[in-house]
Design a protein around this ligand. Structure first.
Ligand code: OAD
Length: 249
């Protein structure tokens, strides 16, 4: 596939002082992890998300919800970061201020070295208690499904944001601060359909940042962005980084 990187975006990124990036499931697609809304292969192709990703679903069928997340957790742990994750980590080393905001819960950005990624929707490799909310350091899946909390004996659940739940406040405000103060904003591999994450690119545009979107296809926000780069992020991001910083190892 022929990748075209606009020269103006290369110049803009080379000059940028503060870069903010929002990623979605599309950046993990080339690591083999299914996205949400691609019907034929999407995570939800055989389930209705409201039957699984909500407190009500967990209350009525904790075992089913736990087992769906255990399956997704195993997929995430078996996956490896792809060239897009690595390119973002390389970019972070080249700009003076870089903020990575992700909607993904798979932990692949962190495994690519992005230790300060803002996780808007939590992380599937972490579990917490449904009752007392404390993060559980260890759990044994052989005794009970779901396992019980080591502190209060309540049921453990994945530490991810479910439908009807609010996002972690600290993460959300850090993400909006980054979007409001950056001079270049990337929206990568997200359908930009889920709020409040989908507001972030528009917040950056409102604050006169230069904006670029990388996606296989146009999305709800494409017409607001300065640049739209069609194609897989695992190919476009390395090509972009190479063009901006040719001597980067
Ligand atoms: P979606 O599945 O809604 O969108 C994935 C996007 O990635 C689509 O626009 C695809 O076109 C694009 N895409 C797929 N493969 C790609 C690739 N190789 N390179 C670039 N783009 C690619 O996933 P999200 O937008 O992340 O929320 O969904 C947002 C949220 O909706 C998720 O975080 C989840 C879900 O409800 C929670 O879990 C709270």
């Amino acid at each position: 596939m022929e990748i075209t990187i606009p020269d103006k975006l290369v110049a803009d990124l080379r000059r940028a002082e503060k870069v903010a990036v929002l990623t979605g499931a599309g950046v993990s697609a080339e690591s083999g992890l299914p996205t949400f809304r691609e019907a034929q292969t999407g995570l939800w192709s055989k389930y209705d998300p409201h039957q699984l990703a909500s407190p009500g679903a967990f209350r009525s069928n904790p075992r089913l919800v736990w087992e769906w997340y255990a399956w997704r957790r195993s997929l995430a742990l078996e996956a490896t970061p792809n060239n897009g994750h690595v390119a973002l980590e390389n970019m972070s080393k080249m700009v003076s201020s870089f903020t990575l905001i992700t909607q993904n819960v798979d932990g692949l950005h962190q495994r690519a070295g992005s230790r300060h990624a803002i996780e808007l929707h939590g992380n599937i490799t972490r579990v917490k208690c449904f009752d007392c909310g404390r993060i559980s350091q260890q759990f044994n899946e052989s005794d009970f499904v779901p396992p019980h909390c080591e502190f209060c004996d309540g049921l453990l659940r994945p530490d991810v944001v479910w439908f009807g739940e609010s996002l972690p406040q600290k993460a959300l405000s850090a993400a909006f601060t980054a979007a409001q103060n950056c001079d270049l904003f990337f929206s990568i591999g997200t359908s930009a359909l889920v709020q409040p994450a989908a507001l972030l690119p528009l917040e950056a545009v409102r604050n006169r940042a230069i904006s670029a979107e990388i996606n296989l296809e146009k999305t709800a926000i494409s017409q607001n962005m300065d640049f739209f780069l069609p194609g897989p992020s695992g190919m476009i991001l390395p090509a972009l980084v190479k063009k901006v910083w040719p001597n980067l190892e």
